[in-house]
Design a protein around this ligand. Structure first.
Ligand code: FAD
Length: 403
């Protein structure tokens, strides 16, 4: 039995990994020379602590305030596109309190399972991906920020997750003595972090050793179908007509692929930036978030990565310098030792998070097709949820009627 996976980001690679565990032959189609989406430059955090979906009560009011500030961590680039308008309406609907507790529990359990799968995967494959099960710390400068984080900590206790409220001194100790200009913080010991580039390169080696075929630099994919079943696929000069199933796991690229099959996906991009600073001393010892600035920092194998912003509807080819300077300016406000780091001279990476209106990923069959599947929409949690999404998707694949 053969499955084609489109996209070699974290979600596509883990889909392929668990499909091969089931004994499937897999071909991966990738638009670029290597993974080129959000998976490479993200903050590398594995986050059971991030159980609040993007669409949550209060988010609209906060977003409106941020929109008035050009260097804030949030922006909206509205278009008159029907997909964007539909997404916006659904997002507003999903931001109500109604089923927040249910969604939070779902995301928490999904992230927790994924974290366990990461440990199993790393042990089984004996690979070095910079995995550090040291937890994540939310650093707060203001009373308001700290109070908000304390409320979230209480919610996490209700879910059964450990969260410790910290003084400034306790936060500094956890971060290896690095001086912090903060009021306090909240520590989530069950979170973890890794180096995404290392993870992806190792995944590719593991998959190739399992016989997975990679076809790269594919510019155009065309599906042929009959009676709601995909019968073949043309990827540039490559014809694939012996596959049983087709999985679209192409991040934001999934929207146009689904559209070519006549399906409109409710997904828009949430653009973010990161820079990886090679020589940072002293180095932080765990990853964390500068709460008020919404900037993430992660000590990785190749340096310390700082990242942030959520530009909904943002295009990949435009770098918003004001928003970038918002990230850079915020860092020394929390870490006085970093006031001389030359962030502006570093190469800036940007990526598009695939965002659904309810903040939940889409994993499952792409109706009406009997043998097409989707694994996308992971927004801010694709690295964290990669293994569990891949495993669940692989569990669903195989109901094809084609033999
Ligand atoms: C600044 C930033 C920080 C983040 N930090 C974190 C974090 O700490 N933890 C976390 O869990 N998540 C984080 N995320 C989110 C995470 O990066 C994404 O959710 C995740 O990368 C999505 O993975 P993906 O495989 O679905 O998509 P992508 O990584 O975008 O991969 C899609 C792949 O499909 C390919 N592709 C696209 N179209 C086609 C096509 N037509 N044909 C063939 N191939 C195609 C692309 O080239 C790409 O290689 C962050 C995101 C950003 C932007």
């Amino acid at each position: 039995m053969k499955t084609v996976v489109i996209g070699s980001g974290i979600v596509g690679m883990f889909s392929a990994y668990y499909l091969t565990e089931k004994g499937r032959k897999v071909t991966i189609l990738e638009k670029e020379e290597g993974p080129a989406g959000a998976s490479i430059g993200n903050a590398g955090m594995i986050v059971p602590s991030h159980f609040t979906p993007l669409a949550a009560p209060g988010v609209m009011g906060q977003a409106l305030k941020w929109m008035l500030k050009p260097d804030s961590p949030f922006a909206l680039h509205p278009t008159m596109d029907m997909n964007f308008l539909r997404w916006g309406l659904k997002f507003i609907g999903a931001s109500r309190k109604k089923d927040l507790a249910e969604k939070s529990k779902f995301l928490y359990e999904l992230n927790l399972e994924s974290r366990k799968l990461y440990e199993e995967f790393i042990q089984k494959e004996k690979i070095e991906v910079g995995f550090q099960p040291r937890g994540l710390i939310m650093l707060c400068k203001t009373e308001k920020g700290l109070n908000h984080e304390k409320i979230l900590a209480e919610q996490s206790w209700e879910l059964g997750m450990k969260a410790d409220i910290l003084t400034k001194q306790e936060a500094e100790k956890l971060n290896g003595g690095l001086e912090l200009d903060i009021l306090g913080g909240v520590y989530y010991p069950n979170d973890a972090f890794l180096t995404p580039g290392l993870l992806l390169s190792n995944l590719e080696i593991i998959l190739k050793n399992r016989g997975v075929e990679f076809i790269k630099n594919i510019k155009k994919i065309q599906f042929s179908s009959e009676n709601n079943e995909i019968t073949s696929l043309q990827a540039d000069e490559h014809t694939i007509n012996d596959a049983n199933e087709y999985v679209i796991a192409a991040g934001m690229g999934s929207v146009s692929l689904a559209k070519s099959l006549g399906v409109s996906l409710p997904m828009i991009s949430g653009k973010g930036y990161s820079v990886t600073m090679k020589d940072v001393t002293p180095r932080p010892e765990i990853c964390g978030i500068l709460t008020e600035a919404r900037v993430a920092y992660t000590p990785m194998v190749n340096g310390v990565r700082f990242g942030g912003t959520m530009e909904l509807g943002g295009k990949l080819d435009r770098v918003n310098k004001k928003r970038l300077s918002g990230i850079f300016k915020s860092i020394p406000r929390y870490f006085p030792d970093y006031k001389n780091l030359a962030f502006e001279q570093e190469e800036v990476w940007s990526g598009l998070r695939p965002c659904t209106p309810d903040g939940l990923p889409i994993i499952g069959r792409l109706a009406p097709y009997k043998n097409a599947y989707l694994n996308t929409g992971h927004a801010m949690m694709g690295l964290s949820l990669g293994p569990v999404s891949g495993k669940r998707l692989a569990g669903m694949v195989g109901t094809s009627t084609k033999s």
